[in-house]
Design a protein around this ligand. Structure first.
Ligand SMILES: [Zn+2]
Length: 317
């Protein structure tokens, strides 16, 4: 699972500084990761993940959220290496200048002159992450990165209307106007999505507005899922068969969301549970290994752990 692919070479600094999924991976690192996967795994189409005859584990590549760099930077690499891929779109963001909330938060943290932010103004810290309600310093680049991560962890578990209220509060505290549009990194428009589809990308849905389906009430969750699938189908004049739950954790989906994904006609849906998929997995909650953001060692560790998780007891030591 990827998000952004960045044009900068991995040795260059990012300008403006990007945080978390905003940063993505650089095109050269992305290509090295795909070449590594090709050495050890067999590339498969998103809708044909399990190949009965093969003893080599398969892999596929997915992108979430619909960044234009997926077309400009990732697609040529994948096409050259003959690796199929899928992309999961937020139908009501395609072709717009709207920011996702983590990008609005990113701009606030990038642009402020404040030296710290009180994270407790966002809400309660999750006690399980061991944090207290201390002020988060914003003096260095790494402190700003950590503040973005910490606040994102909190917002990721809040309802959309509360997220928007929290962003206004943070903006006020940091003395920076909140920017909900005017993106730093463009999203795909529908013509570009059609280009990707024509080049063989599997185009799936990711909710209309990236809402947290676990916190949405059943009718909201159903509307988010159905609107995103029908919106994409209307634009592509083709069936949508795949879905990825926004945020992808267990807390980020509900039975109503699963039912809606099925009702919308999707046959495969993906979470962000970081392990390898097996034939025993339910088709509407298939895991994915995220390779967005972290350094190469973390990626290697995640791939290794996913691979070990599928070695059967008979074959394994
Ligand atoms: Zn997403």
């Amino acid at each position: 699972m990827y998000h952004r692919i960045d044009p900068a070479s991995s040795s260059q600094a990012h300008v403006p500084p990007a945080y978390g999924v905003e940063r993505g991976v650089t095109a050269d690192v992305f290509e090295r990761q795909i070449r590594f996967m090709l050495k050890h795994f067999e590339p498969r189409h998103l809708t044909r993940l399990f190949s009965e005859g093969s003893r080599v584990p398969g892999f596929t590549v997915t992108f979430d959220d619909g960044y234009a760099d997926n077309l400009h930077l990732a697609a040529p690499i994948l096409s050259r290496l003959k690796v199929p891929a899928g992309i999961f779109l937020n139908s009501e963001f395609v072709g717009t200048d709207r920011r996702f909330w983590w990008e609005t938060l990113g701009s606030l943290i990038r642009e402020t002159d404040a030296t710290h932010i009180d994270a407790d103004l966002v809400g309660e810290f999750n006690p399980s992450n061991g944090e207290s309600d201390e002020a988060l310093p914003l003096s260095s680049a790494s402190e700003r990165e950590y503040a973005h991560w910490t606040i994102s962890q909190m917002l990721m578990h809040m309802h959309d209307s509360d997220i928007s209220a929290a962003l206004h509060k943070i903006a006020h505290a940091l003395s920076v106007p909140p920017r909900f549009e005017d993106r730093d990194w463009p999203l795909l428009d529908w013509d570009q999505v059609r280009q990707l589809a024509a080049s063989g990308f599997e185009v799936g849905a990711h909710g209309a507005n990236h809402a947290n389906l676990g916190l949405s009430n059943p009718s909201q969750a159903r509307a988010e899922v159905l609107r995103s699938v029908s919106g994409i189908e209307g634009q592509l004049q083709d069936e949508v068969q795949t879905f990825a739950y926004p945020y992808g954790g267990e807390a980020h989906r509900s039975q109503a969301a699963l039912d809606a994904v099925r009702e919308a006609g999707c046959r495969w849906a993906f979470t962000t549970e970081p392990r390898a998929a097996t034939l025993g997995d339910a088709p509407l909650t298939l895991p994915r290994v995220g390779l967005t953001g972290p350094g190469s060692l973390t990626c290697a560790y995640r791939i290794d752990r996913a691979y070990r998780s599928i070695r059967t007891p008979q074959a394994g030591k």
